[in-house]
Design a protein around this ligand. Structure first.
Ligand SMILES: [Zn+2]
Length: 100
């Protein structure tokens, strides 16, 4: 029934940002010596204040992009719930104080 959901990691959440690493490979005959450096897509993410880097294959990028967006959507949803929780608690406390 949900065969599509396992495809391209549609339910996966990833926090971080997609970046492009640029480097020269060091081969003296390579076109990167004088021209454009090689580029590698990578995911930069931090855990407990430490930044990590995961280099990707270009074929991974669409899935990572999707998972980063999934995280944004979920985080926005959580933020909304937290704010409404604060609002509700504020009202409860104000009402309780009024009754005192
Ligand atoms: Zn090169």
């Amino acid at each position: 029934m949900h065969k599509q959901s396992s495809k391209s990691g549609s339910g996966v959440l990833i926090r971080g940002s997609l970046i492009t690493l640029k480097r020269k490979c060091g081969k003296p005959t390579c076109s990167c010596v004088d021209g454009e450096p090689h580029t590698t897509p990578a995911l930069s993410y931090s855990v407990k204040g430490k930044t990590h880097m995961l280099t990707l294959r270009s074929s991974d990028v669409p899935m990572i992009r999707q998972a980063l967006n999934n995280y944004k959507v979920a985080a926005a949803e959580l933020e909304k719930k937290a704010i409404s929780g604060i609002r509700r608690t504020t009202l409860n406390i104000m009402n309780a104080k009024r009754r005192d």
